[in-house]
Design a protein around this ligand. Structure first.
Ligand SMILES: Cc1cc2nc3c(=O)[nH]c(=O)nc-3n(C[C@H](O)[C@H](O)[C@H](O)COP(=O)(O)OP(=O)(O)OC[C@H]3O[C@@H](n4cnc5c(N)ncnc54)[C@H](O)[C@@H]3O)c2cc1C
Length: 383
């Protein structure tokens, strides 16, 4: 076997988290390898909604304009409750196909100097105590090895890479389906989130994307138990909005369990969904994926090696532990439709409450400001 290629940082997985980390690290002067099991461009099953937090991170990476040019700009997020109440939140969003978003992010990382290794799947990790020495990757023609001072795992919801990296498997927290459709009966200037009586532990969505193709989906928390009926709920929802499929539905898991999953060990850390950073309840994870990648890069450029990883773990916990705890709390009260209706009424009546809900939905304010006992009391009191 040939000697391993040496890098400062090896990033495994070239979705938003991996590309953001690789781009920021390479721009800061680090020698970076970025490996993915897929050849690019590749698709990723997703709602394609880029909320304000994701747009902020894309702007920081210098690709927001390029991404927005491939997508549709939508000024409002509308929520419809099971009893038929509506609220319209000012959450300016971009709906763009992940094939395009991830291709542009990858090009940014490569332009900054990262070495991209397509068709390289993680298959083995060599560790000395808590220190990862090398990672072995499977390709169509062999089993090359990567050596690096630090490793970042950005492999999304996949379980096996976390196990190989010594972080434990972790569970799937939610499951969702999405397809692309022509939709006749909805306004084209809002993202629709529809809470459905028949789906008390989830919701359906319809997001107007580029070229008249709507991303129509539905998801359920704590996936497996309700997942078999999800396809039927999805079809009924599509019919209710006057939709017909252009591309049939596909399903994918979501992992929302940060910080319960181990996400840092020695000279290795997980970023993005590999760290469980997709938000419970909303299922939005592109913003946290990009932000965690940028954060890991900043920490490692400041302090290379295990101390940079420890700094990343501290900062990540500070930024996201309370936020995701609050979203998890929100999942619980979705089961109480009267409470959801009361919140929507308050948001419609009080501009301050509407703005706070909008900032939480857009990922630019911690969810604990609304989705906590204190936040709810404040909302119900009309403040
Ligand atoms: C149906 C659905 C709808 C969603 N809608 C939205 C939405 O509208 N907005 C939003 O913000 N979020 C949404 N999400 C969540 C969002 O898709 C994820 O949070 C986001 O993709 C996480 O980014 P990531 O970079 O961490 O992982 P990913 O985007 O999953 O990227 C992981 C990469 O790792 C690679 N990989 C995996 N295993 C290996 C391996 N063994 N070796 C090498 N490479 C590997 C994969 O090929 C992939 O390229 C949705 C999720 C689902 C399932």
């Amino acid at each position: 076997m040939s000697a391993p290629a040496h890098f400062d940082v090896a990033v495994i997985g070239a979705g938003p988290a991996g590309c953001a980390a690789a781009a920021a690290l390479a721009a800061g002067g680090a020698r970076v390898a970025l490996a993915d099991r897929a050849d690019f461009p590749r698709d990723k099953t997703c709602g394609d909604g880029l909320l304000p937090d994701a747009q902020g991170a894309l702007a920081e990476l210098g690709v927001l304009e390029a991404v927005a040019a491939t997508g549709a700009t939508v000024p409002t997020l509308a929520m419809r409750t099971a009893s038929g109440l509506h609220a319209r939140f000012p959450v300016p969003s971009v709906v763009a196909r992940r094939r395009d978003v991830d291709r542009i992010l990858l090009a940014r990382a490569v332009a900054a100097g990262a070495v991209f290794l397509p068709g390289h799947a993680l298959e083995q990790v060599t560790r000395v105590h808590d220190h990862v020495a090398t990672m072995q990757l499977a390709t169509a023609t062999g089993h090359p090895e990567l050596a690096a001072r630090t490793f970042l795992l950005a492999t999304g919801a996949a379980r096996r890479p976390r196990e190989l990296a010594g972080l434990g498997g972790g569970g799937v927290s939610a499951a969702a389906l999405r397809g692309y459709a022509a939709v006749a009966d909805l306004p084209g200037d809002e993202l629709l989130i529809a809470l459905l009586g028949e789906l008390p532990r989830g919701y359906a969505w319809a997001f107007p994307g580029p070229e008249g193709a709507w991303n129509v989906g539905c998801g359920v928390f704590a996936g497996a138990r309700q997942a078999p009926s999800l396809g039927k709920v999805h079809e009924r929802f599509l019919a209710s909005i006057g939709g017909t499929w252009r591309e049939p539905p596909q399903g994918a898991p979501l992992v929302t369990s940060f910080p319960a999953l181990a996400f840092a060990r020695g000279n290795l850390a997980a970023i993005g969904e590999a760290a469980g950073l997709t938000r419970p309840f909303s299922g939005a994870g592109i913003g946290p994926a990009l932000e965690s990648g940028i954060l890991a890069a900043r920490c490692l450029l400041g302090e290379p090696g295990a101390s940079g990883i420890a700094a990343y773990a501290r900062e990540l916990r500070r930024r996201y532990a309370g936020d995701l705890r609050a979203w998890r709390f929100g999942e619980q009260f979705l089961r109480v439709p009267r409470l959801v209706d009361a919140i929507v009424r308050r948001a419609n009546r009080f501009p301050g409450a509407l703005r706070r809900c909008a900032a939480v939905l857009g990922g630019t304010m911690s969810a604990s400001r609304v989705l906590s006992p204190w936040g709810l009391l404040r909302l119900i009191a009309g403040r």
